[in-house]
Design a protein around this ligand. Structure first.
Ligand code: PLP
Length: 283
């Protein structure tokens, strides 16, 4: 697998960074995960805009212009043997000695990108749905930043894995925020509800796509706080992310969601999402 480090392309296994890199020592950096279908990056500009905003939020200078990012990503995509890919991209504040919390005066951001083969969600998960648990959201107040410091998300996801389920749904002060690695939507009486973007969640690229598709196809949506009670009383529950696309959650904390089956609005939305992916690929 060919990867990209600071402007150079090389086999992933050969890449090395300094142990003084602040990504390693402090989790001081931001990242993106961009799905690629048939060598076409999905929603690339939206990912690059989010990256630029995240870099600005953490005060790391954006190492490349949008067009330079696009070129490097194209080159990375075409260096792979497989056509469906997930591109992992991370920018850390760079390496500096001695170790100290405050920004170093002179450090060049470390830019790493690599591609993995993208597997679509298994047909069984799409057709029958997945299970989830709820967890307390113990993260910081700036979850809108796609930071590489993901310890709280890692611990929540492991709780899900230990419970034998696909995702941990996070609750803060009695309200839904998001999943450990996804955004969450509910459906009640034909209306789609999801929390409005805030500092307590990451605004997913997929979240935006789902809202756009709902609007284009006259599916009613309400952006509003989703309480724990609404979550548990929902007719349908979905998770969305770039890698999972949109999946129905049919069991929450061991209880059936709605009638425990994949719901009708989910099926519509899943179809719309697949069609949308196709139109982008053939553009
Ligand atoms: N929220 C969190 C915490 C995530 O880690 C992710 C993606 O991994 C998402 C939401 C969904 O974001 P996207 O749709 O951009 O993949």
């Amino acid at each position: 697998k060919i990867a990209f480090l600071n402007g150079q392309f090389a086999p992933l296994a050969e890449l090395k960074i300094s142990v003084m890199d602040r990504g390693f020592l402090f989790g001081d950096g931001v990242y993106e995960m961009i799905p690629v279908y048939q060598r076409v990056a999905f929603r690339l500009d939206e990912h690059l805009v989010r990256l630029a905003n995240n870099l600005a939020q953490v005060r790391i200078e954006n190492p490349y212009s949008i067009s330079a990012w696009r070129e490097h990503i194209q080159a990375l995509i075409h260096a792979q043997t497989f056509v469906d890919q997930s591109i992992y991209l991370q920018v850390s504040r760079g390496s500096a000695y001695p170790r100290q919390h405050a920004f170093p005066l002179e450090a060049m951001p470390t830019v790493l990108m690599f591609a993995d083969e993208l597997e679509p969600p298994p047909a069984l998960a799409v057709e029958c749905g997945v299970s989830a648990i709820t967890c307390n959201d113990v993260r910081w107040q700036r979850c809108n930043i796609k930071a590489i410091s993901l310890l709280a998300n890692v611990l929540a996801k492991q709780e899900a894995v230990d419970a034998g389920v696909a995702e941990a749904i996070l609750l803060r002060d009695g309200d839904l925020t998001e999943g450990a690695a996804s955004n969450i939507f509910i459906v009640k009486d034909g209306v789609i509800y999801t929390p409005a973007p805030s500092n307590l969640m990451l605004t997913g690229i997929t979240y935006d796509v789902i809202l756009e598709l709902a609007q284009q196809h006259d599916l009613p949506v309400t952006l509003a706080p989703v309480t724990e009670q609404m979550l548990r009383d929902a007719d349908e529950l979905w998770l969305t992310s770039s890698s999972k696309e949109v999946l129905a959650i049919v069991n929450l904390d061991g209880q059936a969601v709605g009638n425990g089956q994949v719901g009708p609005i989910y099926k519509i939305m899943y179809g719309l999402y697949q069609n949308f992916k196709m139109t982008v690929m053939h553009r």
